[in-house]
Structure formats: structure tokens, C-alpha cells
Design a protein around this ligand. Sequence first.
Ligand code: UDP
Ligand code: MG
Length: 338
Amino acid sequence: MGRLISVVVPVYNEAEGISKFLDDELLPTLMGLKYDFEIVIVDDGSIDKTLEKVRGAEIFRKIPCRVVVLTRNFGKEVALTAGLQEAFGDAVIMIDSDGQHPVEAIPEMILRWEKGAMVVTAVRKHNSTKHRLGSRVYYRLMKTMGSRDLVVGAMDFRLIDREVVDEFCRLDERNRLTRGLIDWLGFPQEYIVVKTKGRLSGKPSYSFKKLMALTIDSMASSSRTPLVVFGYIGGFIMVFSLILGLFILIEQYIMGDPLELDWSGAVAMSVFVSFLVGLVLVSQSMTALYVAQIHTEAKGRPLYIINKKRSFESGSGGGAKAGSRAGVRAGVDKKERK
Ligand code: UDP
Ligand code: MG
């Protein structure tokens, strides 16, 4: 023992379900395990009563907790990153706060870690049809777009070793998909199959639309395949129109239209032209995607901003000493020593 495990929980407008998750699911699970835990809750700019609910949670009196409050909604991927950077544990578990990630899998994750696993990834078994369709499309696309080792159904619900966390924190790109980056780091992974559950309450904020946007984003940030594909399409259209053009030329004008197709030159031409215009527009928008990414990366902004005044930790009663890394670290060291 003596090893510390951090549990990173991103929350965004989860007022309805957060107490239930923290006190009825996470707390009993962690209390049943003989480890030192710290909870790092990242509030991703919630505008409902989430923070009050968190502050009132029972878990605060049982397990050291820190609440890192971001100034606004930065999105789950960034919130997770903030949590990983704020966590001190020898291993970090990241889990959604909506109850969809089954806490029952945590003991198994820790067991695998104790046996030497660097990354333990939960893989989803059951899911709602709509979400399943969305993520299936997503994984198909990512796979064909060149992410080779993508495991279908792999989730954000993971345990990662300190070494992986440290490497992860060195990555500084803006446009990020946490699980994609962890995969990219290349540490060997172990998978455990879990049954996902329904949300405790509220609606998922990742709509199908958002998922598609994420797909396009991660495609552009992780793969050059789209450019190549459009190159192929362009080449194909050129060859195709060349052959068709030659056919029309020979059939109509050299052989005198034996098939009586009676091509109108204007029709043929305008079809080709609109085809090509479409191609140019599509490839142009792809290029624009890449340029946009270069643009955001080049701005070099910090990934997130912590609202220090609003952040707090257990025992501090709120406000005050929030975000004081040294304070918590000292507490952890004390624990490690005994
Ligand atoms: N979340 C967040 N910021 C956001 C959206 C979501 O921190 O902008 C959190 C949310 O509170 C939950 C987790 O990320 O703990 C997953 O969110 P959600 O359930 O909406 O997504 P899904 O389950 O569809 O992946
Ligand atoms: Mg969810």
C-alpha cells in the first residue's frame, strides 16, 4: 500500500445526478478498497447547481477531494486534461460523472495495474442504439483514416499509470481527444469489457452532431489520409472524364453517332465542369481544415484556465487554499511515509 490513486471526474451541468454518483456509486466502491485515494473533480464551467451539490457530497468527508473549477466550458477532453495535470496519484482513473461508466470495474482496473499494466481501458459492451451507431461511424472512419490500433468500443474510462500521465502532460496540442492521445503514446494496454449504463439523469452533451464534429476534428488532427483520398478522387474523375470525353468525341463526331446517342456538347461539358467545381470545393474545404488547425495550434494559448477563487478541496470549507498543489502534495507525502 501507500500508493495513491487519483480519480479524475469531469463534470458539466450534472447537478441532478452528481450526488448520487459521488456518494452512492463512487464512495462505496472506493471505501471497499485498501488504497489511498484522492478525487479530482474538474468543473467544466457548469452553470447549474453542480458545484453546490459537489460541495455538499458525503464523499468530501471520507476521501480527500479537490475541485478544480474552470472559468468556462472548455469541453470534456480539455477538462480531462486539466484533471490529469492536477492529479498526483501513482495511477489515475478517469471516469464520467453521469453514471454511465460502471464503477464496479474500478477494482479490476486496479488489480491489472498492480500486476503491471500501464493503461487499463474499459471497452463497452452494451449501449443505446443511437449512440452505438454514432460511435460505430466514428470508429469506422478513424480506422479507415489510418488509426491502426483503434479498438472498437474503447472508452475514456481508463486507468493510467503515473508514467503515462507524465508523458500525457507533455503533449501540448489544443485539438485533443484524450483516448486518442493515450493510444498514441503507445504504452501497452489491457482491456476489460464493461457494460455501460444509462445516464443517472439529464441528457448527454455529446450529441450525434458533436460526435461527427469530433470525428472530423480528430481526422484532420491525426491523419493525412483525407488529402490523399481527395487526390485519388480527383485523379479518378480526371481519367473518367477524359475517357468519356474521348468516347463522345469518337462516337459522335468521328463515327457519326452510330449508337444514336445524340450528345449535346453543352450538356456533357456542364456535367464535367460542375463535377470538377464540386471536387475543387471539397478539397479546398479539407485544406481549410488543416489550415484552421495550424492556426489554432499556432496561437499557443493555454489549454484551460482555472478559476482559483472558486476551486476548493476537502477540509478547506471552500474558497481559500484551492489549487494549492504544495499543500495537497505535502498531505500525500505524509500519508506515504507512514
Ligand atoms: N462533460 C464535461 N464537459 C462537457 C461535456 C461533458 O466535462 O463539455 C462531462 C460530463 O459531465 C460527463 C462526461 O463529461 O461526466 C461525459 O459527458 P456526456 O455524458 O455528456 O457524454 P457521453 O456520455 O455522451 O460521452
Ligand atoms: Mg455520458
